[in-house]
Design a protein around this ligand. Structure first.
Ligand code: FAD
Length: 317
């Protein structure tokens, strides 16, 4: 079912989880063992991230190096099908512009349509690890707005080849990313919101936010979105803090702040267990406040921390 329909029919705050495809060469059972303990909470959907190929160097027997491209976490489409089949729950594949031509994107969308996937999260993707700026493929989408346009066009039966006989249209509900603390490349919040509205006007039906640890940032963001005329549901993205190193890692990767109060509590911890308890209590507090504010969903960036998320859900539900 479409996320927008799920929200319209909901009588409570819905739950969703985001998972990464297993590393190439790992069995899919590793993913199931992450999801199994979470299924008792009846998630409305499972998001599956997409990972672009990265350039790496292979050491050859003659001592030279060869540049190769490896996608470390393949299988997003297959995992969506497997998750829907095993758990009877909607899967939301993430689609990215990076590394894809428009034709490859169209082919992926056709696969997803045949599999009965109703939702996609349309994203630009980041630059590869060894490059500073994002560069689109020669015949690829340059930003998430163009990707949303492509999915919307397919929903109307407009394929890339004009001569394609297209009586069959897709009917994807399109989600996009939003940044309560601004995307790192945006010159300012107003411009970021302008581009966010562009994605919504092009056909996005809902927004999922970057993680945040200060609910006020989310509430302010929702207010600003409403002020500029963005009316679609805005799903808060949440992540548990489990290690002290995240105090440096999360702000530098995701361009987010960790509130002073949380930082002080974490720095006073004497053990890893204590850090886990503080991180969990903070997330419980965030979830309770968001549920009170009647947010449509709680979206958890589960990412290997399924047991922490399970503990949080056991506490709040
Ligand atoms: P865009 O909306 O294209 O925005 C990127 C930047 O360009 C912003 O600064 C924006 O202000 C600006 N911009 C937007 N439109 C225009 C325009 N028309 N002209 C000029 N500038 C413009 N990454 C992955 O690789 N795989 C994933 O599975 C994945 N999942 C994610 C899930 C969520 C919920 C979130 C929040 C992020 C996810 N990401 C993922 C990371 C995401 O790809 C990066 O944050 C990326 O840098 C931006 O993606 P976007 O879709 O927000 O890009």
């Amino acid at each position: 079912m479409k996320i927008t329909e799920q929200i319209a029919q909901a009588t409570r705050t819905l739950i969703s989880f985001e998972v990464l495809p297993p590393v190439r060469g790992t069995n899919i059972s590793s993913l199931y063992s992450q999801l199994d303990p979470l299924m008792e909470f009846n998630p409305s959907c499972i998001n599956v991230t997409y990972h672009r190929a990265e350039k790496t160097f292979k050491h050859l027997p003659d001592g030279s190096y060869k540049s190769i491209e490896v996608r470390k976490r393949p299988g997003t489409v297959g995992i969506c099908a497997a998750v829907m089949n095993k758990y009877k729950v909607d899967a939301v594949p993430h689609l990215i512009c990076g590394g894809f031509t428009r034709e490859e994107t169209e082919n992926a969308l056709i696969d997803l349509h045949y599999l009965g996937v109703d939702n996609v999260l349309a994203l630009r993707g980041d630059a590869p690890k060894n490059e500073r700026f994002f560069t689109p493929e020669e015949k690829g989408n340059r930003n998430a707005y163009e990707l949303v346009q492509q999915v919307s066009n397919l929903n109307k039966g407009h394929y890339l080849e004009e001569e394609t006989l297209n009586e069959s249209t897709t009917n994807f509900c399109i989600g996009v990313a939003g940044y309560p603390e601004k995307h790192c490349e945006a010159a300012n919040m107003d411009l970021d919101l302008h581009y966010l509205k562009q994605k919504v006007d092009a056909g996005a039906g809902y927004i999922t936010t970057q993680m945040f640890f200060d609910n006020k940032k989310y509430f302010d963001f929702v207010d600003k979105c409403r002020e500029v005329g963005i009316t679609v549901p805005i799903i808060p993205g949440l992540k548990p803090i489990t290690t002290l190193s995240q105090l440096q890692v999360l702000p530098s990767i995701f361009n987010i702040d960790i509130p002073g109060e949380l930082t002080r509590s974490l720095l006073q911890c004497r053990s890893k267990e204590d850090v886990g308890i503080v991180g969990k209590e903070w997330l419980v507090m965030q979830c309770r406040e968001l549920m009170q504010a009647k947010v449509p969903f709680l979206h958890f960036y589960t990412m290997g921390k399924n047991l922490v998320v399970r503990d949080v859900l056991k506490t709040i539900l």
